[in-house]
Design a protein around this ligand. Sequence first.
Ligand SMILES: Cc1cc2nc3c(=O)[nH]c(=O)nc-3n(C[C@H](O)[C@H](O)[C@H](O)COP(=O)(O)OP(=O)(O)OC[C@H]3O[C@@H](n4cnc5c(N)ncnc54)[C@H](O)[C@@H]3O)c2cc1C
Length: 371
Amino acid sequence: MKSKKQVLVLGGGYGGIKALETFAHNDFLDVTLIDKNRYHYLQTESYNLVALQLSLEDIIIPLDRLVQGIDKRFQFIQDEIINIQETKVICRGGEYCFDYLLVAVGVQTFLPSLLKHEKLYEVKNLSNALYLKQHFENTIVKHFQKEQQLSNIIVIGGGSSGVEIAAEMQNYINESNLKEEVKISLIADLFLTELDETSREKALDTLQDMGIHIIKKMVTKVQNNKVYFENETIAFDFGVVAVGLSAHDFIEKLYFPKEKNLLKVDAYLRLYKNIFAAGDCALLEDRDGKSLPQTAQTAEQSGVVAAENIMRCINNKPLIKADIKIYGLAIALGGKFAIATASFIKVDGLLGYLGKKAIEQYYKISLKLKI
Ligand SMILES: Cc1cc2nc3c(=O)[nH]c(=O)nc-3n(C[C@H](O)[C@H](O)[C@H](O)COP(=O)(O)OP(=O)(O)OC[C@H]3O[C@@H](n4cnc5c(N)ncnc54)[C@H](O)[C@@H]3O)c2cc1C
């Protein structure tokens, strides 16, 4: 009888969870997930958490229950990974041996020293997103109680994360009739570069019409609750930073091949003999060798391919090449408005919003049904 292979999955995010689903109900595998947190964080909906539309239980799924729900023989270990070696993973709480390993630990928010400030938060980390939500909630309450006359919130970063958070907060402010008292400034040198020019202009017009102050400049300094640009300064109460992503510190130190600080996998998503990588922590490319953006959809597809290839290795079958695609893009622009693009189809407004909600809800409900 074939002995069971020990498979470790590192990271219970979008890539890791899809990998677990792919491994499910295979009698020849002993699968264990390791994550430092005991929850799967629905990062793609974090803009709704910050803007008081969702609560904690809407945005996390308990990993211990989810892992058991996917396959009751799977195990979950809560521990922080600090190093990966050829046959074992070193964590704060112990060492774990493997026959096959899948690394899907995601990335962290890139926070340049220029933007390190006690009142500036990022949302990739759940605790930070909750602090941000608290500040926003307190601001709203202070204005409802007439304890404050004017509040300034800044959002630094013109990518989809920054735009979605700014738009959803502005929508809440507008619906609360606080438009004259609570101001949002969205600051970046470039905006929504993932959209074509017409859609980008449309998105920026929508944001401005809502009341968001768009500043197309680079920040040069943040000091004493003031943000500085060329010839301009704005005072702020608190803010959001969403200017980019960077690899986790322990990934940067690994001796495995890397490019742009991400794990350099081959066409089969293999990093090293028995080690595969998926999701944001891996440098994923399309069939033409073009780098793919770090998104949940690329993380999910790569998680499936990497898991499939681990099973193929075990069964001595030829590996399959990853053919990861971006099927579309949907950016929430506050309330029931979003811009969605898929191949040659572009929709905006309510239809775009319904498309985005359908994707988010399908993903969330399919996992919630397992716990
Ligand atoms: C505000 C925002 C909005 C977004 N909107 C969209 C969107 O609309 N559509 C879209 O496709 N994508 C979106 N994304 C991007 C998407 O969330 C990421 O691409 C996706 O989460 C990547 O999945 P992953 O599995 O690679 O990593 P993650 O989902 O980040 O999961 C990584 C896991 O690894 C764990 N981990 C990390 N380090 C360690 C360690 N040292 N030890 C143990 N465990 C560790 C973490 O706890 C986490 O559970 C958005 C992101 C943000 C921040």
